[in-house]
Design a protein around this ligand. Structure first.
Ligand SMILES: [Zn+2]
Length: 116
């Protein structure tokens, strides 16, 4: 029987769950929480559909328009050092494929912070 997760723990695991990187037992614990918690369930659905959309984009080699849209969003969020990410992109010309997982992680962090 996996340990019960609270809201915060569940949400913190969304990224790993979406990447299918969670050990089975952990994934089961997350789903168990989601089954009994409408709020987290809704959050997870939003999160996973965002991830899927970004994955689709990744496959199509991230059109520049979307990349810059993401960057504009990032620029607007000054917390969590997201500005640093943007600067990294500009200065070091990191490819978007490298930045997307970082942006996702930052998005999850923002989501977790905002909703608790
Ligand atoms: Zn919950």
């Amino acid at each position: 029987m996996p340990a019960q997760l609270n809201h915060r723990e569940t949400r913190a695991l969304f990224l790993a769950l979406a990447d299918e990187e969670l050990p089975t037992e952990k994934a089961r614990a997350v789903h168990q929480h989601l089954d009994g918690c409408g709020e987290c369930q809704q959050g997870w659905q939003q999160y996973s559909s965002t991830v899927q959309r970004l994955r689709g984009v990744e496959r199509e080699k991230a059109p520049p328009a979307l990349a810059s849209l993401v960057m504009t969003r990032v620029k607007r969020q000054r917390r969590f050092g997201l500005r640093g990410l943007h600067r990294m992109h500009l200065t070091h010309r990191f490819p978007v494929e490298v930045l997307i997982p970082l942006l996702l992680a930052a998005a999850v962090a923002a989501f977790v912070m905002m909703s608790s």
